[in-house]
Write a protein that binds this ligand. Structure first.
Ligand SMILES: [Zn+2]
Length: 398
């Protein structure tokens, strides 16, 4: 049976690139920045024009959208390059409203940690990503994820990234997205794995910051397939970002939003996604099972639900495998995803194996894969071809 999962053609729709930052890469990037920093301050390697300009590479992007207008852009030049930079030195100045931003985190998070709450996970997540500062870091991060995914037979994925978490530290938008994009192109050329990018807004930031981020992203319109909403849901309902999502859709972006399990006002947030914002997918969305009308509406519209078993296990103490089965039984287009695999202990195959251990059958696992391709933001002919591939695999491996 593990071989069935290993060979099953897969599609991942809910993975945060910053959540794929393994501890080993965190350490390697911290070492890289220390050596760059040392090199930049030596007379042999630092051009005179750069001396005093801060760390290498800062602000040299030519695209002219380096976080201008984005919340926290006033700290440009204070780019966090090494893990020995205190979080308080790189956090945006206006963060009194945030409880989960860098600074409150333990730097000791690892795959073995249980987080217990969404807020405690987010604290570790934001703390970890402080080592991401240069284009090459974003390239390496993305390439490592795509390589792992390829080896687990993920044929196509749609990956989230959180630009505000970087621009607020003074890392230009261009640096982030160019590094990611180069890795996407390299991975497709060398490994054959296809991918698209979803830009998430941080819901515990102000809507104006999300709008500024959307405007900065317009210069990269062809590199971004859709927009999403993540981070701390408590007190940050979908309608807070209604204007941002209306503008995004007018600009041609697809739209999805996180509705995390068991949040305060979960059902109200799901209703807002359906009735006010009009999303095309819902990330997590497990709480819909508490309301028959919401379930029926999601089924009627054929919306995808991107469930993340190991994430559920680490944050809520429950894989929610029975919820996945119930969603399948109710005709919901539920999918299996890894969310933040470096923090939750597994990528796509490990998530599927957890569901298998909880009793899901090969045909149910194949259904999850088919659902993912079906609700992906690929052209119809491509979706159909991938789904036919899953059917052929299932027929040959029953
Ligand atoms: Zn997520």
């Amino acid at each position: 049976m593990p071989d069935f999962i290993a060979g099953l053609p897969k599609c991942e729709l809910h993975v945060h690139l910053e959540g794929t930052l393994e501890r080993s890469m965190q350490q390697a990037l911290a070492r890289r920045h220390k050596s760059h920093h040392a090199g930049a301050s030596s007379p042999e390697s630092a051009p005179p024009a750069m001396s005093g300009a801060g760390v290498s590479g800062a602000g040299v992007s030519g695209a002219g959208v380096s976080g201008a207008g984005v919340s926290g852009a006033g700290v440009s030049g204070s780019k966090a390059l090494a893990s020995d930079v205190p979080a308080s030195a790189t956090a945006p100045a206006d963060d009194e409203a945030r409880s989960t931003r860098p600074g409150s985190a333990s730097a000791a998070a690892s795959a073995s940690d249980e987080f217990g709450t969404l807020a405690s996970f987010l604290a570790a997540y934001y703390d970890g990503m402080r080592v991401l500062g240069e284009e090459e870091d974003f390239f390496d991060l993305t390439m490592a994820y795509l390589t792992k995914a390829h080896h687990q037979r993920v044929l196509y994925c749609e990956m989230f990234f959180d630009p505000q978490a970087h621009t607020a530290r003074g890392v230009p938008f261009d640096t982030v997205i160019t590094g990611i994009r180069r890795a996407q192109e390299a991975a497709e050329a060398t490994l054959g794995i296809r991918s698209q990018l979803i830009m998430c807004f941080l819901r515990d930031e102000e809507a104006d910051s999300a709008m500024a981020t959307l405007e900065a992203a317009l210069a990269y319109r062809e590199w971004i397939v859709g927009v999403g909403l993540d981070s701390d849901e408590n007190g940050n309902p979908p309608v807070k970002f209604l204007r941002v999502f209306e503008r995004a859709r007018a600009e041609g972006f697809h739209a999805t939003m996180h509705c995390d399990p068991n949040q305060v006002d979960s059902l109200r947030h799901l209703r807002q996604c359906l009735d006010v914002v009009g999303v095309e997918r819902i990330d997590h969305g497990v709480s819909c099972l508490q309301d028959d009308e919401i379930c029926d509406e999601i089924a009627r519209r054929g919306l995808g639900l991107t469930v993340c078993p190991l994430s559920n296990k680490r944050i809520y103490g429950d894989l929610m495998a029975s919820a996945v089965t119930e969603m399948l039984d109710r005709g919901l287009r539920v999918t299996c995803n890894s969310d933040d695999p470096a923090y939750f202990g597994g990528y796509m195959s490990e998530n599927m194996r957890a569901l298998e251990d909880a009793g899901l059958t090969p045909s149910q696992l194949a259904e999850l894969s088919k659902n993912a391709f079906a609700v992906s933001w690929l052209p119809r002919a491509d979706r159909d071809a991938y789904i036919a591939g899953v059917d052929a695999y299932l027929a040959a491996n029953r």
